[in-house]
Structure formats: C-alpha cells, structure tokens
Ligand binder design. Structure first.
Ligand code: A2H
Length: 253
C-alpha cells in the first residue's frame, strides 16, 4: 500500500501431506504453502494456516528443488525476484483450489505445535501476498476471529469440511506481552470490542491497528532467543534466523 514496495517475509510451511490431485506429480517433492507476513517475530504463535476456500492457487517450481503453493500473481512477482527456478518464468505446474488444501497437515517453523492444519478464512484477498495467511491468533485479531468461528460454529466447519480436531486443540499461544493488553492482545481486544465473527470488518480493522502499533513499540517477547526484548528489536533478529534456516524468504510487492 502507499508508495513504494512493501517488504514481506514469506513463511515456508511444509506440507506433510498433499491433496489427492497433487499426489502423482509431487509425492516425492518438497512442497510448501507460503504465507506473506509483516510480523515474522510472531511465528512462535502459529496455530494453523489459512487459505481462501474458493481461491485459485498454483504449484510453482522455485530454486533449490522446492515447490511453492501460492497465487499465480505472487508467483509472477517471485519470478522477478530470482526466486523461481528460471528467472522471469513461472509456469504453473498444477492448479489447486483452496478447498482442496483445507485439512492438510503442515509443519510450520518456530511454533510449539508439532504440526498444524490448513483451514478456511473467507476474508483473504487473492490480490495481496500469496493468498495464504499464517495464523497467529494471540496477536492478529483477524486470525483469532476466524479460528474462534471454526472452533465454535459447527455449521461453518461442515460447510468447508473442517474437522474439529483440526482447530479445537490449537489454543492461541502467549508470545508477546503488551502493557495494558496482556499476553494475548488479539484475544483480549476481540472480546472487549465484542467482535462477532471474522466478517466484522470495521471493528477488526480498528482492533488490528491498535494491537499492531502498541505491540510494535511497547510489546516484549516472551519466548525464544529474543525473550525479554522489545518486539521492535526482536523482529529483524527472528527474521534473519528464519531466513538463515531456509524457513522463510524475502518477498516484495
Ligand atoms: B500478518 P498488509 Cl501476528 N489477505 O501476519 C488477507 N490478509 C493477509 C493476506 C491476504 N492475502 N496476506 C497477508 N495477510 C495478513 C501475522 C500478523 C499479521 C500478526 C499481526 C498483524 C498482521 C500473522 N497473521 O497484519 O495489508 C498477514 O497477517 C496486520 C496488518 O500488507 C500480514 O501480516 O499490511 C498482513 O495481513 C499484511 O497486511
């Protein structure tokens, strides 16, 4: 948004299983769902990964024999950032719908959960980032609203074929203490502001702005090698660690 490119961190969330339609071509490949984030220091709090059920994604070959699932639009951008196998090329090896990705078992970096699941979020934009969002419900109001919807609404789970065991055991993780907001700022604000669901757009925007600003300047990390550091100072350190471990990549758009 605004002028100039936005710098994101792409979090590489490894597929521990694949949709039926991808098994023939990609069974022996390293496949990731990739999620663009502005908050790499919050990755300790991941509980799941979100896709747009009706979203159209593709599988693209990247450098180092890795395969990314993301929007074609983001694959195109990646092809100009030396991320795809061939510079400026981004052939779509296979199309895959968001609905097909729901329920996949995934390995996300830094979180305490051994694996997490791909779940539906109806407010994802396919025109931002990769169209895939990693979920940190402790600190992102949108993520908590969507996870709470799935945990509490049987009808919603049935609509998207979501099993309870993919969402209910995954509690938000306290990762950042924000003075006045406690250690799960998004959960607290969603409650306080009486946000009803992931569709409560205006209130969610307000909540997001509040947590984001206050968290960045006043938040203190609760875990990891940056424990006790200010969020502002921890961010570049955690980001570098993720990139050095090949668990994340730099991405602009
Ligand atoms: B953030 P901006 Cl903990 N559609 O990551 C909807 N939302 C998307 C998206 C898409 N296609 N792609 C990325 N996002 C989300 C973490 C996080 C984020 C926390 C707190 C706030 C926050 C965990 N989710 O974002 O419009 C991603 O969620 C608050 C803005 O480019 C990404 O960072 O500013 C953020 O929105 C990018 O939004």
């Amino acid at each position: 948004e605004g002028v100039g490119p936005q710098e994101y961190t792409l979090i590489k969330i490894r597929c521990l299983e694949l949709p039926a339609s991808m098994q023939e071509k990609f069974a022996d490949k390293t496949v990731f769902l990739v999620a663009a984030t502005l908050r790499p220091e919050t990755m300790y709090g991941q509980t799941n990964c979100y896709v747009l059920p009706e979203g159209e994604y593709g599988v693209f070959e990247m450098i180092n024999n890795e395969y990314y699932v993301c929007s074609e639009r983001s694959a195109r951008n990646m092809s100009f950032q030396n991320m795809t196998k061939e510079h400026k090329q981004y052939p779509c090896l296979q199309k895959v719908s968001g609905q097909e990705l729901i329920g996949l078992k995934l390995k996300a970096p830094l979180t305490k959960y051994e694996y997490v699941y791909a779940l539906p979020m109806t407010t994802i934009s396919m025109f931002k980032g990769t169209g895939i969002v990693t979920s940190v419900p402790s600190d992102a109001p949108d993520d908590w609203a969507a996870l709470r919807d799935l945990q509490t609404k049987k009808g919603l789970r049935e609509k998207y074929n979501v099993l309870e065991e993919w969402c209910n055991p995954f509690e938000p993780i306290p990762i950042i203490e924000i003075p006045g907001f406690g250690n799960m700022a998004a959960v607290k604000l969603v409650e306080e502001m009486k946000i009803q669901s992931q569709k409560d757009k205006d209130k969610l925007t307000e909540a997001k702005d509040k947590v984001y600003l206050k968290g960045f300047y006043e938040g203190v990390m609760l875990l990891g090698p940056c424990a006790n550091m200010k969020v502002q100072d921890a961010k570049p350190i955690v980001r570098k660690q993720l990139i050095d471990n090949n668990e994340a990549a730099v991405y602009y758009e």
